[in-house]
Write a protein of this length. Structure first.
Length: 533
């Protein structure tokens, strides 16, 4: 951008419109003084005003005594950190440059060495991005590795502002005011904000941003799968269709035995043998694998018994093998696999206000969202309860950090379906003159693999897939066999009901027999011959 200035008043008019909304402050600017150099104090005001505006790549050209002077500033030196004194780059006289060296109006090495000048950085505790150890008073984290590498290369000194409390990233309120780290940055108390800041369009209205140097998936923390009840564990080896088929086979067998005993007694010896006194109990004994003490004498009955024994043996062994594997497992149902499945189960989605923009307004997550400001508003403190019908939207690095801290106690689970990808950047105050320099180095870090190395060092993927040690041979506990005890108690309950029913039937029969005897005796007395006097 070239500005032709005839006097200082012209610059003042330009300065008023020189705003981030109209001009790209990190571009290249050339001010040409068409009527020669201004007064000394005016020149000082010009360079200082342009520097404070955030424009660092600018040159001033003016003519004096027939010589055209090309000037620039070098703000960082061993003596000053904001020196706006003009330095002559070259002189032009009689259409010839007085210096033989190649003239570079906008040198790229202007900010290669900041001579230990302070750069104000605002951050907060957010592991594994930025961690502070109170014992050693040292910082760590993948974001800290980035800013520390920039410090070493550019030779500046980090002046850290470490925020405490719940307000960390900060938010931009509807009225334009800011909170947290964003407020510190906007009020000019910091130059750079770092700590898992996500690139958002709403922030670019008030702040500048570096290029993205990390990409982190945003996932949903889901509750662990529900556990099977003791009865469900006993029923799991076979599916519903198998249980229905077995129930049908056993029902037909029992019905056949009862029907033959009641209606077709002449077929008893042909079907299950006349010497078998209790065929119903024998049938139940075969189902459970109990030894038969009385065997039918007829070959047809023996063949039927043999086929039924083989049928029950195969099914019983298959059931026992499957039940053994089930009892060795963790005994939990399949966890939710997608957002659609969670919506069907009427889940609620908790999220920080910083991540609301990530979710499209048309999605079902947005319609079921619950925006929170702190973790205290979550329905769980650390571990997610399996009975909760809710999910928590957070970066994958947050899940890794929580699992690492709770190693050996619990492990958070994430939904396999990702919500979005967040681009991590550094935020800067508008017109911060080191943005292009930072961007160049950040791109270089990414190309040589430094960024990936730092990220993997502090956000280790192994904490996402914590392997559970194999159970192996172990003693069965009460939970494993609680279903068997339930079946036993249920059987005893049915037996008691049958006993009561039989007792009632017996009493009714006795009462009926007693009435019949009384009636018969009365009738006999009434029919007895009368004596003739």
């Amino acid at each position: 951008m070239v500005f032709l200035l005839d006097k200082f008043d012209s610059f003042e008019r330009v300065y008023k419109v020189l705003t981030p909304g109209r001009f790209y402050l990190h571009g290249y600017y050339l001010f040409v003084l068409t009527r020669g150099i201004f007064e000394e104090h005016e020149m000082g005001n010009l360079t200082l005003s342009v520097w404070k505006k955030g424009i660092s790549n600018f040159n001033i050209i003016y003519a004096k005594d027939g010589v055209v002077n090309f000037t620039m500033i070098r703000p960082y030196s061993s003596k000053s950190c904001s020196d706006t004194t003009l330095i002559s780059v070259n002189l032009l006289k009689d259409k010839k440059f007085l210096s033989d060296t190649k003239m570079i109006l906008f040198p790229k090495d202007k900010f290669d060495n900041l001579h230990r000048c302070p750069i104000r950085v605002v951050t907060f505790q957010r592991c594994p991005s930025m961690c502070y150890n109170r014992t050693t008073s040292r910082f760590s984290g993948y974001d800290y590795e980035v800013i520390q590498a920039l410090e070493e290369i550019l030779n500046f000194q980090i002046n850290m502002t470490f925020l405490l409390g719940s307000e960390q990233w900060g938010t931009i309120l509807p009225n334009g005011t800011t909170t947290g780290g964003l407020n510190v940055l906007r009020n000019g108390r910091a130059d750079v904000a770092i700590g898992n800041y996500m690139l958002r369009l709403s922030r670019l209205q008030y702040f500048d941003s570096t290029v993205s140097y990390y990409s982190i998936p945003i996932v949903l923390v889901i509750p662990p799968p529900e556990k099977y009840t003791p009865i469900e564990k006993l029923l799991r080896p076979f599916g519903k269709n198998i249980w229905m088929l077995l129930g049908l086979v056993f029902s037909i067998g029992l019905f056949t035995i009862i029907f033959i005993n009641c209606k077709l007694k002449h077929l008893k010896s042909f079907v299950y043998g006349r010497n078998v006194k209790s065929p119903t109990m024998n049938f139940i004994s075969v189902i459970f694998g109990i030894q038969q003490t009385v065997v039918p004498t007829r070959n047809f009955a023996r063949f039927i018994l043999m086929m039924f024994l083989l049928f029950c043996l195969i099914n019983r062994n298959a059931y026992q093998g499957a039940l053994y594997i089930i009892l060795r497992s963790d005994g939990t149902r399949k966890e939710v696999q997608s957002v659609s499945e969670m919506v069907e189960k009427d889940f609620k989605f908790y999220m920080f206000s910083s991540y609301v923009d990530v979710v499209d307004e048309t999605t079902r997550i947005y319609q079921r969202r619950i925006v929170i400001q702190s973790e205290k508003e979550l329905p769980f403190s650390r571990e997610v309860d399996e009975t909760l019908k809710s999910a928590f939207m957070t970066p994958l690095t947050d899940v890794i950090n929580r699992n690492e801290r709770a190693r050996g106690k619990f492990s958070l689970r994430v939904c396999k379906e990702q919500v979005s990808i967040m681009s991590i950047v550094m935020l800067m105050k508008k017109g911060f003159h080191l943005m292009d320099t930072f961007n160049e180095l950040l791109l270089r870090f990414d190309s040589v693999g430094f960024s990936s190395h730092w990220f993997e060092t502090y956000a280790q993927q192994r904490y996402l897939n914590i392997k559970v040690r194999g159970i192996g041979p172990r003693k069965m506990n009460f939970d494993d066999l609680f279903g068997v005890f339930n079946v036993l108690l249920a059987g005893y309950g049915i037996a008691i009901l049958i006993f009561v029913f039989e007792h009632i039937v017996t009493m009714v029969k006795k009462a009926n027999n007693a009435k019949k005897q009384v009636t018969m005796q009365s009738s006999k007395i009434g029919n007895a011959p009368k004596k003739i006097k």
